[in-house]
Design a protein around this ligand. Structure first.
Ligand code: NIG
Ligand code: FE
Length: 412
């Protein structure tokens, strides 16, 4: 007799697929199951394995069945570093640069990050939501089911609040999970020009207010000569730690300021960019278990030449994640699939490392234990792809072979 229980949550069986489970330590590359079965119950995966091993009693309780048509199934992609919400764009600036204007001339004419802050402050919440929703739909279209959204273009309480509220609203109105990061220490706003210490003080005032409003899941900063010093960042991190909020850091993007070591001391979830990361920084991250979030879009768009130390990161077992860094200044990118390709071509990651970078390791970078791999008990967030092998996902330049996304067990 079957164990069918009509009162239990309905289960759904997915078959006729390969599954790249990305389970760490699996005995096949990508944790690949060539003839897989997935059983979904509610928001979660109840069972994942070879179809031949599916227990008959489980089959019996599957009220619905989906034929995946031979698709490859991967975990839903996770974009763990975005600045999705901002006013305006910087296309004109891009054009000016290609017509010979220097970065400095553009900055003097009110361009650069200051222009995005100005446009973000001027924009109403509805406009910010509408423009970010367009970008979000493109990310979802490339297979994203979880993403992080940073503030950091408001740089004043009301504008940071406005952006973080928009981020929450986007998560509610789309089939995607949004994690909010407060990046008050992103740049020094014009009214604090030359007064970095005072602005850090203002950031310390904003943090508890925004946190009390339920708008902050993590705290980030930009540690760089042109932004905030390690001493500034440490004040922000200490305040976050006192509130029990996890931290992460834009570190060693343009120079080595020892940001990674500082972040590691605060048990950072991740250190991001890392082109100038030192061997000491790698060791510190290995000790703290921080994820290295590599951002090939910014490296490419800024035409950087210094590569992040991926060999050393590998040797020390630092997990590597890949993200779009979607932002108007250094990475106007809304395709996580394109980042897979660039992680391979520019950063020499293997296709398997790249795919782990937008699934398992991206989940770690957000401190999320419940997703990023296809395994029993994890969230039923997955994507069906029209490809023969997982490597095709990073091989193709500008293609989008997504067939379908399942988010919290439901076909999107
Ligand atoms: O992640 N590095 C700092 N912040 C952004 C770019 C900001 C901008 O230019 O608007 C980044 O690359
Ligand atoms: Fe960034």
């Amino acid at each position: 007799m079957s164990t069918l229980d009509p009162t239990s949550t309905p289960s759904t069986l997915w078959t006729n697929c390969q599954a790249a489970t990305l389970v760490a330590g699996a005995n096949s590359p990508y944790g690949l199951l060539v003839d897989a079965a997935l059983v979904v119950q509610g928001d979660n995966l109840l069972w994942v394995g070879a179809r031949s091993q599916l227990p008959p009693e489980l089959l019996a309780v599957c009220q619905r069945q989906h034929d995946a048509g031979g698709a490859l199934i991967t975990p839903g992609l996770i974009d763990c570093h975005t600045h999705l919400i901002y006013g305006g764009d910087r296309a004109t600036e891009f054009e000016m640069r290609l017509n010979g204007a220097s970065y400095e001339e553009i900055a003097r004419a009110g361009g650069g990050i200051a222009s995005t802050v100005q446009a973000t402050r001027t924009a109403g919440a509805e406009d910010l939501q509408a423009s970010a929703a367009k970008r979000l739909r493109q990310l979802i279209d490339s297979g994203v089911t979880t993403l992080e959204i940073k503030s950091g273009y408001g740089l004043a309480l009301e504008h940071e609040r406005k952006c973080l509220r928009v981020a929450r609203a986007l998560g509610q109105s789309h089939a995607v999970d949004v994690r909010n990061t407060f990046l008050g220490a992103h740049a020094i706003p014009p009214e604090f020009a030359g007064r970095a210490d005072d602005y850090v003080e203002a950031v310390l005032q904003m943090l508890p207010v925004l946190h009390a409003e339920g708008l902050v899941d993590a705290v980030d900063g930009f540690c760089e000569r042109i932004a905030f010093s390690p001493a500034h960042i440490e004040r922000v991190f200490a305040a976050a730690a006192a509130l029990g909020i996890p931290v992460k850091l834009h570190a060693e993007q343009l120079s080595d300021s020892g940001g990674a070591q500082l972040a590691a001391r605060y048990g950072a979830l991740s250190c991001d960019h890392l082109e100038w990361l030192s061997p000491e920084g790698v060791q510190a991250m290995a000790r703290s278990g921080s994820v290295a979030v590599l951002l090939p879009g910014a490296y490419y768009f800024l035409r950087e030449t210094k590569l992040p130390p991926f060999d050393l990161l590998r040797q020390h077992g630092v997990p590597m994640a890949i993200s779009t860094d979607c932002n108007p200044g250094s990475s106007p990118c809304t395709s996580l699939l394109l980042m897979l390709n660039m992680a391979c071509t520019l950063f020499r990651l293997t296709p398997e490392e790249s795919l782990a970078g937008v699934t398992r390791n991206a989940a770690l970078a957000l401190g999320l234990q419940d997703r990023g791999v296809l395994a029993a008990g994890k969230r039923a967030d997955f994507v069906l792809w029209d490809v023969q092998s997982p490597a095709e996902l990073s091989y193709a330049l500008g293609a989008n072979p997504r067939i379908q996304t399942v988010f919290k067990g439901q076909v999107v």
